[in-house]
Design a protein around this ligand. Structure first.
Ligand code: NAD
Ligand code: UFG
Length: 342
């Protein structure tokens, strides 16, 4: 297939480009580089041993820019990663998050339909379940209250895409609800490159291990979990990337699952690991120290979040293959080979 990848210069997008090319698909990237670096796309091309990845530095809110791209070639589907994703920043700047994530997606899907491209894979998140009503979380679990504007953009965009599909039977919509992506490509050439102080656990661990941060704060050890620290479903980014290639099956006329062109999948491993499990695995596998101390709980955090990934396995034939040791090893390889990022 010929795929448009929005946000393709980012963390998950770059890893997905590798899986797409290796599976024989063609891909063109649209990214405004607001949270990424063009060097990442050069490195993807080097890993794949191709001259370059077709790339447009275009904002998805730029209707004319998107019109030109869609007029120049036919796309069979769009994998839509582009969006702002910092939870804390979204609380400070809600307008910017709604405008970029929702406004941008509305422009994108309008241009897509005008050019007869009505297949989309959307990057959703476990955050749409709020404080989940069941553990492990299946796709039947009701959506919940999000604790921040970022989460609401995901929840609202799921609704927008489902309504558009309901009104026009030609649309096929795949919502992939990612759990906690970590790790990096095993080459150590591409990985997560957060701006400033990381919000997420794994980049905070790697930056502490390399000495950029003094110590990791563990946010709470009084949760109702085996060791008291928060439990999450960490998934290697290469497994997550492969899930997108598997999800392209939903657009084949022979694909028998889903209801009226709607396909929702949890993308996780199904295993829950605590913060201390992650820190201890990181130190054991990599032989480096990660100083940490216990801090108060972080506002908005939940105790436990992990999924039942059985639907993706049964319908897409996809399952995570990499384990905790791969995740912590590859995260560290990326950080230690690129101490300042790209
Ligand atoms: P990322 O920030 O590395 O990648 C997103 C890319 O989108 C960036 O390259 C950025 O420059 C681009 N972008 C943002 N706004 C844009 C716009 N208006 N026009 C064009 N490009 C724009 O993030 P990521 O971790 O790769 O996440 C990809 C997607 O997955 C995002 O939608 C994110 O919300 C979602 N997601 C991420 C996680 C996670 O923990 N990483 C979890 C669940 C869902
Ligand atoms: N944590 C710490 N110290 C840190 C950072 C995190 O102890 O410095 C803990 C958190 O309290 C939590 C766990 O590590 O228990 C994971 O925290 P992350 O911030 O890495 O991930 P979250 O599960 O909070 O959030 C992630 C994404 C969100 C997404 C959410 C649900 O960052 O975008 O998963 O999918 F919405």
């Amino acid at each position: 297939m010929n795929i448009l990848v929005t946000g393709g210069a980012g963390f998950i997008g770059t890893h997905t480009l590798i899986e797409l090319y290796r599976a024989g698909h063609a891909a063109t990237v649209v990214d405004n580089l607001s949270n990424s670096n063009p060097v990442a796309l050069q490195r993807v091309a080097e890993i794949l041993e191709v001259g370059e990845i077709p790339f447009h530095q275009t904002d998805i809110r730029d209707r004319e820019g998107l019109e030109r791209i869609f007029a120049s070639q036919h796309f069979d589907a769009c994998i839509h990663f582009a969006g702002l994703k910092a939870v804390g920043e979204s609380v400070e700047k809600p307008w910017e998050y709604y405008e970029n994530n929702i406004g941008g997606t509305l422009v994108l899907i309008d241009v897509m339909r005008r050019h007869g491209c009505k297949n989309i894979i959307f990057s959703s998140s476990a955050t749409v379940y709020g404080d989940p009503a069941e553990i492990p979380i299946t796709e039947r679990c009701p959506k919940g209250q999000c604790t921040n504007p970022y989460g609401w953009t995901k929840s609202m965009l799921e609704q927008v895409l489902m309504d558009i599909r309901r009104a026009d039977a030609e649309w096929k919509v795949v919502l992939l609800r990612y759990f906690n992506p970590v790790g990096a490509h095993p080459s150590g050439r591409i990985g997560e490159n957060p701006n400033g102080i990381p919000n997420n656990l794994m980049p905070y661990i790697t930056q502490t291990a390399i000495g950029k941060r003094k110590e990791l704060g563990v946010f709470g050890n009084d949760y109702p979990t085996p060791d008291g620290t928060g439990v999450r479903d960490y998934i290697h980014v290469c497994d997550l990337a492969a899930a997108h290639v598997s999800a392209l099956q939903c657009f084949e006329p022979t694909f028998r699952h889903g209801v009226d062109g709607a396909h929702i999948y949890n993308i996780g491993t199904g295993h829950g690991y605590s913060v201390l499990d992650m820190v201890n695995a990181f130190m054991r596998v990599n032989g480096v120290n990660v100083p940490y101390s216990i801090k108060p709980r972080r506002a908005g955090d939940i105790a436990t979040c992990y999924c039942d990934p059985g639907k993706a396995r049964a319908e897409l034939g996809w399952q995570a293959r990499l384990g905790l040791d791969d995740m912590v090893r590859d995260s560290w390889r990326w950080q230690s080979m690129n101490p300042e990022g790209y």
